[in-house]
Design a protein around this ligand. Structure first.
Ligand SMILES: *Cc1c(COP(=O)(O)O)cnc(C)c1O
Length: 220
């Protein structure tokens, strides 16, 4: 597992280099280590290497892997980066600190109800389907402003940013620019974009959070 520590160090250097090249403060970019499908030993190695922010795709997988470790690790922050079904909202609120995949009004309503009930308020990002791909989750870019407004004004959710995944093929830069623009015009501070293959480009376009999995933990 020493690979994990070495990979993390290399990625932190790449993040700093990309930030500096873009005239940005490296400290303004958070690395979300995506540990979906990775075993306990791998995430422990990352925690021991000083990584405190992690992304998981599935609520129950995350709970099994993280519940005890999170309780034992001050400062640990878990992000949900996979689609959230309404019947798992309660479990998601109990475990996650940031829910990056808020993408529809019905989910907003149920999140608001369950947060009030639990008296726990994970921050939320609105997921935008920047490439308008049929198979991808996320709100259509044309409806993003409206959904953000509904989440904040109607449901009083702590919406603090946006998240997006550009299409696999082609230049991601226009999609990154679009997502950053949606955040800016809505006064949102977090822009979660960029993965193992494209995080330097995302930083250039204004990412505040990059979600990196395989470059840290190896292929899944
Ligand atoms: C898996 C995943 C990532 C990480 O992808 P890598 O290519 O392994 O870095 C980032 N974001 C989301 C939403 C993911 O599902």
């Amino acid at each position: 597992m020493s690979d994990v520590a070495a990979n993390l160090a290399a990625i932190r250097m790449n993040i700093a280099a990309a930030a500096t090249a873009a005239g940005r403060d490296p400290a303004a970019i958070a690395l979300v280590a995506v540990s979906k499908t990775q075993p306990q030993e791998a995430v422990r190695a990352a925690v021991e290497a000083g990584q405190l922010v992690f992304g998981e795709s599935r609520v129950f997988e995350a709970r099994d892997k993280w519940q005890a470790l999170k309780a034992a690790t001050p400062g640990l922050e878990l992000h949900l980066i996979g689609p959230l079904q309404t019947n798992k909202v309660r479990d998601a609120i109990a475990l996650f600190d940031v829910i990056e995949t808020l993408d529809r009004p019905k989910l907003a309503r149920i999140l608001a109800d369950e947060m009030r009930r639990a008296e726990r308020w994970p921050r939320c990002l609105v997921q935008v389907n920047v490439g308008r791909e049929a198979q991808k989750a996320g709100i259509d870019p044309d409806q993003a402003d409206r959904l953000i407004a509904v989440c904040r004004d109607e449901y009083r959710l702590p919406v603090v940013g946006v998240m997006g995944i550009p299409p696999l093929e082609g230049d991601p830069a226009p999609h990154f620019d679009m997502l950053a623009a949606i955040a800016a015009r809505n006064g949102l501070e977090i822009v979660s974009m960029g993965m193992s293959g494209d995080y330097p480009a995302a930083i250039k376009a204004g990412a505040t959070h990059v979600r990196v999995g395989s470059a840290i933990f190896g292929a899944r």
